[in-house]
Design a protein around this ligand. Structure first.
Ligand code: UD1
Length: 417
């Protein structure tokens, strides 16, 4: 499986380029299934989640090839015979995002209930509710969701929770439905907006992405898109921002949309970290001493759950008490046990974690329990005295493009063993 070893103690210094957004790229890859023509996507991160999604879409008969500069060329077939096997789908939660596009374009889909990161129950009721409202017939047979529809019909759908995946799945399906669809209480994450922009590039008529209501006028078919560049990854950017702050560093992040990381920038400033923008460059400089802060994860533009674990690592050595409330995924706090192995003092009570800052962390053998927990352990390892050996590195490889290379270029000592 391989381990990642992090030797702590060096402040991160220098500049680093942020890759394309994993979560936007995954959704956009799924949307590409609806294009009747070629699609060329730029700024796609070469990480394992993307590779798995490519393999899954290839099972449907797609021709997909990497081109220079992290670009992907995709061409879907006119008909789909095979459905992706369980072994592939189970590796990636986001494979559920194929449901809407497949139904809309090919009239049927069969997908095993997906797996993915181990961060909570992650039901799909809202996805199903939305697709059923568009007229899909859905049934669950031995863990496989089977859905059919001659032609989807536009509808009015209210989401009980602004789920990112449900918003994306329903929005994609509605693009090829007959008539208008209105989705209320939708997710406003930048990845949803990026997906809507891509869909419009294919000829869809989506309005309102980024607000609480998305309206879609269905069209009969979607066409080619010869160039679409995916937004930068705000969670990767955020992880380097936290790592810079945690190590007393001074880092310039290139290829960032500062607005997308504002929920983190605001928190870091509150913790006495300097964060300032220079166009699409974000400069993060630690100051002494850092101050404790309280965090509540919320749907965008609230504080992202995907950066909560990294902040927990940072706060574990900030003198005073910080409180973290996790409102999105209940299993995110499993990382606390690993941080405690490194000397952190964290008490978890349901959705609340109380972090008492200790003077320092110590290197230890720890394991990543999910992707962002893995990132948090890297941050902790960078801060700690001695070497930290992180197992289950495959979680980290799911979402961080060239992690060791990027960290090494900032002066960190990180290697695989
Ligand atoms: C996406 C992101 C993930 C991020 C999360 C929240 C991708 C590939 N992944 O995941 O990195 O952490 O958004 O920002 O984009 N829920 C339901 N019923 C549903 C769907 C969701 O109750 O049908 C609940 C979930 O259990 C969770 C909350 O809604 O408590 C948010 O989940 P959701 O926004 O759907 O997350 P994902 O799309 O799975």
């Amino acid at each position: 499986m391989g381990k990642l070893v992090v030797a702590g103690g060096s402040p991160l210094k220098g500049r680093v380029r942020v890759s394309g957004a994993k979560n936007a790229a995954l959704a956009i890859l799924c949307a590409s299934v609806m294009a009747e023509g070629e699609v060329l996507l730029e700024n796609i991160p070469e990480i394992t989640d993307i590779q798995v999604m490519i393999d899954i879409i290839r099972c449907l008969g797609a021709r997909i090839r990497w081109q220079e500069n992290n670009s992907l060329h995709i061409q879907m077939p006119g008909r789909v015979e095979e459905m992706p096997p369980y072994e592939m789908v189970k590796k990636l939660r986001a494979s559920n995002l194929l449901m809407g596009p497949m139904l809309a374009r090919y009239g049927r889909v069969e997908l095993s209930l997906p797996g993915g990161c181990n961060i909570g129950i992650r039901p799909m009721d809202l996805h199903f509710k939305g697709l059923a409202a568009l007229g899909a017939e859905l049934r669950l047979e031995k863990g496989v969701v089977k859905a059919r529809a001659e032609r989807l019909n536009g509808s009015r759908i209210y989401l009980d929770f602004p789920s990112v995946g449900a918003t994306e799945n329903i929005m994609m399906a509605a693009c090829l439905a007959k008539g208008q669809t209105v989705i209320e209480n939708v997710a406003k994450e930048p990845e949803v907006v990026d997906l809507a922009n891509f869909l419009n590039c294919l000829g869809a008529r989506v309005r309102g992405a980024g607000t609480d209501i998305i309206k879609i006028e269905g069209v009969d078919s979607l066409r080619e898109c010869l160039r679409y560049s995916v937004i930068p990854d705000r969670i990767e950017a955020g992880t380097y921002m936290v790592a810079a702050a945690a190590t007393g560093g001074d880092v310039r992040l290139e290829n960032v949309i500062p607005l997308h990381v504002e929920p983190l920038s605001a928190k870091l400033r509150e913790a006495n970290v300097e964060v300032f923008e220079e166009g699409d460059v974000l400069h993060v400089r630690a100051r002494e001493p850092l101050r404790p802060v309280d965090i509540k994860t919320m749907p965008y533009p609230g504080f992202p759950t995907d950066l909560q674990s990294q902040m927990m690592a940072l706060l574990s050595t900030v003198k005073g008490t910080s409180m973290i409330v996790e409102n999105i995924f209940e299993n995110r706090f499993r990382v606390a046990d690993e941080l405690k192995r490194m000397g952190a003092k964290i008490k978890v009570e349901g959705r609340l974690a109380v972090v008492e800052g200790v003077p320092r962390l110590f290197g230890a053998k720890v394991k990543a329990t999910d992707l962002r927990a893995g990132a948090a352990l890297v941050v902790a390892g960078l801060m700690a005295e001695g070497e930290t050996e992180i197992s289950n590195v495959y979680y980290i490889d799911r979402g961080y493009h060239r992690l060791e290379e990027k960290l090494s270029s900032l002066g960190a000592r990180v290697w695989r063993s």
